[in-house]
Design a protein around this ligand. Structure first.
Ligand SMILES: Nc1nc2c(ncn2[C@@H]2O[C@H](COP(=O)(O)OP(=O)(O)OP(=O)(O)O)[C@@H](O)[C@H]2O)c(=O)[nH]1
Ligand SMILES: [Mg+2]
Length: 387
């Protein structure tokens, strides 16, 4: 056993884990740095200084939060997502995390996620009326729908809670009282992959560049889940032409980009909403509030299985000018089953990207990706071709 003669705790640091042996008492409690114990505890390889209390004060300058709707049972997958976002971005900015759930979070969930967060954490319980079928939905009709969708193998077609989740993400999360103090959110889901450093503050980027909605992956929705969503949207647009933005992105979501809303069909392209960095005030604004209410009354969240992704996307495409929608091409991201890696060299050079697949295999190149439609629509160059 090495007995360090050092009484200066800073010098003791240099002795490595053996020095830290001395800093532990036999009962496992920490003693003051530099003090000596003659009982040898298990080596932990930790320097002898007591850990300072965690400073969770926000460093980033925006009124923003990372937000995760999640079940207690998804703790491990939630921590996996958090660790990557913290390591690659948030530990430098310490934005708060907001967790939302239709059931009370367990103490274990709160402890583990708080430990993983660099900033503060808050935990919200979703009010029952925001996570249940509204009274204008017929249970009988709903039962018929789910048995039909189940027979047709529509993904989540027989799930009641999945529909609650889609309706909640479409119409309620941004009204939660925990989010009232924020202007911006970054939606994070359990089990995602986040493969590059975020070397700047995306909330500040959004604000300074007058962006209000953003995405990383876009793809077509599965038609059987949204049979009447476009027709309903056309009805809304007829009633409220004042909410349709000039220079909107109809050209991205239309089967006939040269026609108007009433003349074209929907090509099913949508921004994949499991990643979103966006302006909460867009959802809180009159256009979207009225749109959601209109959709909700039609019952398609339950009689079909309208997803929050096509609902958000159609709204962003029609109610925002196109230059307020941002594609984060420098983000490496995966939500099963699709992932993408930045296609340009600069992102890889500056942001330590480490994607578990080659950029050539990015979803951007997949026949189902809507990315090239977006690029074309915005006048961006087509995706680069690699040898
Ligand atoms: N609290 C709570 N969160 C849920 C529930 N269902 C889904 N979520 C969360 O809502 C988000 C979307 O749900 P997912 O199950 O990931 O839906 P998805 O992304 O369309 O489909 P997969 O990821 O392929 O299963 C995730 O953050 C889930 O953790 C639920 O019943 N309760
Ligand atoms: Mg998911």
């Amino acid at each position: 056993m090495i007995h360090s003669k050092n009484t200066n705790p800073n010098e003791a640091l240099e002795v490595g884990f053996r020095a830290s042996d001395h800093a532990r008492k036999s009962n496992g409690a920490y003693s003051a740095p530099g003090s000596v114990s003659h009982v040898k505890p298990a080596p932990v390889g930790r320097p002898p200084k007591p850990k300072p209390a965690k400073d969770t004060r926000q460093i980033g300058k925006e009124k923003a939060t990372l937000v995760m709707l999640v079940r207690n049972s998804e703790l491990k997958d939630a921590l996996g997502s958090m660790k990557q976002i913290e390591d690659r971005f948030n530990r430098h900015y310490q934005y708060p995390w907001t967790f939302l759930n239709d059931e009370p979070f367990t103490e274990g969930f709160k402890n583990h996620t708080t430990r993983m967060a660099s900033g503060t954490t808050e935990y919200g319980l979703i009010p029952k009326e925001q996570w249940s079928m509204p009274d204008w939905i017929s249970e009988d009709k709903f039962q018929k729908v789910i048995s039909k969708m189940s027979k047709e193998n529509v993904i989540y077609g027989d799930s009641r809670t999945y529909r609650h989740m889609c309706r909640y993400n479409s119409g309620f999360f941004f009204r939660d009282k925990l989010l009232a103090k924020y202007d911006w959110y970054w939606r994070v889901e359990p089990s995602i992959g986040f493969y590059c450093d975020m070397t700047y503050d995306p909330f500040t980027f959004m604000r300074e560049n007058k962006k209000r909605y953003s995405f990383v992956i876009s793809l077509p929705e599965y038609l059987p889940t949204i049979e009447t969503l476009w027709k309903t949207t056309q009805e809304f647009a007829k009633l409220h032409p004042e909410h349709i933005a000039r220079n909107n992105s109809l050209g991205f979501i239309a089967t006939d980009p040269d026609k108007g809303i009433q003349e074209t069909d929907y090509n099913l392209c949508h921004f994949w909403s499991n990643f979103e960095i966006a302006d909460l005030n867009f959802w809180r604004g009159e256009a979207y509030q009225k749109y959601f209410e209109f959709l909700d009354k039609k019952g398609g969240f339950y009689y079909e299985r309208w997803g929050d992704a096509p609902v958000h996307s159609i709204a962003a495409a029609l109610f925002l000018p196109r230059d307020q929608i941002h594609f984060f091409g420098d983000v490496g991201y995966k939500h099963v089953p699709w992932g993408r890696c930045p296609l340009d060299d600069e992102s890889h050079d500056t942001a330590r990207c480490m994607c578990p697949f080659d950029r050539k295999e990015s979803f951007d190149y997949n026949q189902w990706s809507c990315q090239n439609k977006w690029n074309k629509f915005c006048g961006f160059p087509e995706n680069p071709i690699y040898e």
